[in-house]
Design a protein around this ligand. Structure first.
Ligand SMILES: [Zn+2]
Ligand SMILES: [Zn+2]
Length: 396
């Protein structure tokens, strides 16, 4: 209890500074991969709070999108040594200390600024990290600045780089229009299918060419059949991104982009995607075209929340006046890169109400994410995370 009080008091003490950082992010919205202002502001603040900050986790270009990722570590000194100079992904944490991760985001949306409220996500996780580390100095506390959540998903690459694996748990809160906990997110792996044929004049009597667009159309029909067959077990969307240049020329190239989603990564990779790739091969064969497929964005895994962590967070939210509705286990609307973290370590991502009925990705939400009420609730969100993390530590 004493430790929880220390965390809460610490967050109260720094609330003004937290709000200031968040306000500055809100006033300087940056798209995924371009979060340079955010990285500078967040780093400076955490450095002031005694964290060891490292900007740029791209590992010399191996993960280009992580140029605007950062990590800030503190604590863990009683049970071992944290080697802050070691940047290899395997050897970053060279001790047996308990390790707690708070995940921050800071990217914005084109034309909407902070319409997803990531300035509040950053603020809540920074506040939680500072409050938690003050109360739990023997635990390694890390704030991860995770870039490009709205686009390629920075956490996908941070997970691939092994950054989360050493940790005992990860917490993140997303602001929203209600208090929610549980549910899942869809696994998704965006696919591009490119058909190649042979151009010819459309009126030529000697050369009929090979119509790549015909192959794409045949493919599209097959995809719609697959979509009907799977029903609610998969989400499939497809558009033509290349379909010829002029109507009097047989198109030699046609490209279809698909988003393909399912409730689990296994079902997606082993059942749904092979059917789609087969359909592409069949369509190409029917027309005599060639085909190649490529995943143009990385695999987002489905969210697999830790049940202990979830129930602790739920109780803590309730205590702080944010009683969450528990979503059914299979309820999923979007996809998030937090899903990939949840396959590495126990993870939780509740939704915290910053304004009844607000929808994310709207101008109204961007306004709420920069409002006094939004900041007031985000301070409480930081406390919820810090206290829940302390309770999880003692539960384990
Ligand atoms: Zn969003
Ligand atoms: Zn978001």
């Amino acid at each position: 209890m004493q430790r929880e009080k220390i965390a809460v008091r610490t967050i109260d003490r720094i609330a003004e500074g937290l709000i200031d950082v968040s306000k500055r992010l809100h006033a300087h919205p940056e798209l995924g991969g371009e979060e340079h202002y955010a990285v500078t502001a967040v780093s400076a603040y955490l450095d002031e709070q005694g964290f060891t900050v490292r900007e740029d986790l791209s590992e010399n270009g191996r993960y280009p999108i992580l140029k605007t990722a950062l990590r800030a570590d503190k604590g863990g000194t009683e049970q071992g040594q944290y080697d802050s100079n070691d940047i290899s992904s395997q050897g970053r944490l060279l001790n047996n200390a308990y390790k707690m991760a708070f995940l921050g985001e800071y990217d914005a949306l084109p034309g909407l600024g902070h319409g997803c409220g990531h300035n509040l996500i950053a603020m809540m996780s920074i506040g939680a990290a500072v409050g938690f580390s003050e109360a739990m100095p023997e635990v390694v506390t890390t704030f991860f600045g995770c870039p490009a959540e709205e686009t390629v998903g920075g956490k996908v690459f941070m997970s691939e780089a092994g950054l989360f694996k050493p940790y005992d748990a990860a917490l993140i809160i997303h602001p929203g229009g209600c208090n929610e906990l549980g549910g899942t997110s869809l696994a998704t792996h965006p696919l591009e299918v490119r058909f190649t044929g042979r151009s010819a004049h459309v009126a030529s009597l000697v050369d009929r060419g090979i119509n790549a667009l015909d192959a794409a159309v045949v493919f599209y029909r097959k995809v719609m059949d697959i979509k009907n067959e799977f029903g609610s077990a998969a989400v499939i969307g497809a558009i033509f991104t290349e379909a010829g240049q002029a109507p009097n020329v047989i198109p030699d190239k046609a490209t279809v982009r698909l988003t393909v989603r399912s409730h689990t990564v296994d079902h997606l990779e082993e059942v749904v995607l092979p059917r789609i790739r087969n359909a592409a091969a069949e369509a190409a064969a029917e027309i005599g075209a060639a085909v190649e497929t490529e995943y143009y964005e990385p695999l987002f895994k489905e969210m697999k929340e830790d049940l202990t962590l979830r129930s602790i967070v739920g109780d803590t939210m309730k205590e702080f006046g944010f009683e969450p509705r528990l979503l059914p286990e299979d309820e999923a609307d979007g996809s998030t890169d937090v899903g990939n973290v949840s396959h590495d370590i126990p993870t939780v991502q509740p939704t915290l109400n910053i304004g009844d009925g607000l929808e994310i990705h709207t101008p109204a939400f961007a306004a709420a994410a920069g409002s006094d009420e939004g900041y007031r609730r985000a301070v409480i969100g930081a406390k919820i995370m810090a206290v829940a993390a302390i309770r999880y530590y003692y539960e384990k």
